[in-house]
Design a protein around this ligand. Structure first.
Ligand SMILES: *Cc1c(COP(=O)(O)O)cnc(C)c1O
Length: 404
């Protein structure tokens, strides 16, 4: 069970007023808010332990290294990776995807095929397009239907011996659809294709188990799950990470350097060139602790309750259309009101202290599918309340009155 009044006390920002109104924060799919427990870890790091990691013999450097490597082990345990060296610390989901896409440049050939889903964030489309330009591989799209679900029969038909890679998000940021990734992974493996799952939207809501999924690569951003911005993780199966060449060259990723030849460090350091976001990594570990303390079963049950409540209230507004009505979805509601631009609704809601996102949500192909310029997106977290949803519904009704 979620004690939302108690939880809200952990998030200082929820006390803010915006335009003289209490903040209602419904932009959680863009970034989540940060609890005091995580803020404290960042402050403590810079107050007491700041040093560069892995290199120093001095005490602070070793403390910083221990804190950072403890965080890596927490991340490993949370996502149930077999080895801690399968966890590559990144600057976020985008970085993780680019790292893998870059690595596959040397593994793909002309006329190989890679499959993307129609429900992707731009960061899980563009790096692969760039990869295809470099290699001559072909990008094919797993289509979606009007409910915002991927069409699995079409996926089955797209797969062939030419398929080398499949990349798909676990949960769509624009619509909230939970994709059948276990099916997608198992099917791809029948054809020997590797699968990368973009978990940026799943990590705030569920606890993925990379071994049970048998996924080849899984990427997340800490800031979507109560951690800081600019840090995330790439999980990769050991065998794949060994096969992929390094992404960036620099300090920390080498074994021996001469002007004639350089040999690379082992995992995970081969992919971690340069000084990382150390405090961010440590705070990522703290965010995982925080969310596990609340409990992902509790989070999922409570957010589902918010989703059902908000869907019912919003759908009752005349002229309001919800995009993305998948059987399996998380607490994201994308909607429009007939004849009104989403941006105008967002602007009026902001005047009332309500933060929603408007636009294409970095998923223009989905908007093109529905032939709309964008949507208003309200996305809920475990610290949101039914009363806040009532405020949103009242705000949308008022915006509709003012604009129509
Ligand atoms: C937020 C998000 C990303 C990008 O994450 P960054 O932290 O900006 O790298 C990618 N995919 C999905 C589904 C997202 O929600």
């Amino acid at each position: 069970m979620i004690n939302v009044d108690k939880i809200r006390k952990d998030f200082p920002i929820l006390n803010r007023e915006i335009n003289g109104k209490p903040l209602v924060y419904f932009d959680n799919a863009a970034t989540s808010q940060t609890p005091q427990q995580v803020i404290d870890v960042i402050v403590d790091y810079y107050t007491n332990h700041n040093a560069n990691i892995h290199r120093g013999v001095h005490a602070l450097s070793q403390e910083a290294t221990d804190l950072y490597e403890d965080a890596r082990r927490k991340i490993q345990q949370h996502f149930n990776a077999l080895h801690s060296h399968e966890i590559i610390m990144t600057s976020g989901t985008t970085h993780g995807i680019n790292l893998v896409a870059n690595g596959f440049s040397s593994l793909l050939q002309k006329d190989d095929e890679v499959l993307v889903s129609a429900l992707e964030h731009h960061s899980n489309i563009v790096p692969w397009q760039m990869l295809c330009e470099r290699t001559g591989a072909k990008l094919k799209v797993i289509p979606m239907n009007a409910n915002g679900e991927l069409v699995m029969s079409a996926y089955d038909e797209l797969l062939s011996d030419k398929t080398k890679l499949v990349f798909v998000n676990h949960i769509s940021n624009a619509l909230g659809t939970i994709n059948p990734i276990k099916y997608i992974i198992d099917k791809a493996h029948e054809f020997g294709a590797a699968v990368l799952v973009d978990g940026a939207q799943s990590c705030p809501h569920i606890k993925p188990d990379v071994q049970a999924l048998d996924v080849d690569f899984y990427v997340v951003s800490a800031h979507k799950m109560c951690g800081p911005t600019g840090v995330g993780m790439l999980y990769g199966k050991e065998a794949w990470l060994k096969k992929l060449p390094p992404y960036q060259g620099g300090g920390e990723m080498i074994d021996q350097v001469t002007f004639e030849h350089t040999t690379y460090a082992g995992l995970p350091h081969k992919f971690e060139a340069g000084t990382p976001n150390i405090s961010g990594g440590v705070a990522f570990g703290a965010a995982i602790d925080y969310m596990n303390h609340i409990g992902f079963d509790n989070i999922a049950a409570y957010e589902h309750e918010l989703l059902v409540y908000a869907t019912e209230k919003l759908a009752a507004i005349e002229g309001l259309k919800i995009y993305g009505v998948a059987q399996e979805k998380t607490s994201v509601i994308s909607f429009n009101i007939e004849g009104i631009h989403p941006y105008d609704i967002g602007t009026i809601l902001d005047k009332m202290g309500i933060a929603v996102r408007t636009g294409h949500h970095c998923a223009q192909p989905i908007m093109d599918f529905y032939k709309i310029p964008g949507t208003v997106r309200a996305s809920f977290a475990f610290y949101n309340t039914h009363a806040e949803i009532d405020a949103l519904v009242a705000g949308v009704k008022k915006a509709k009155m003012m604009l129509s």
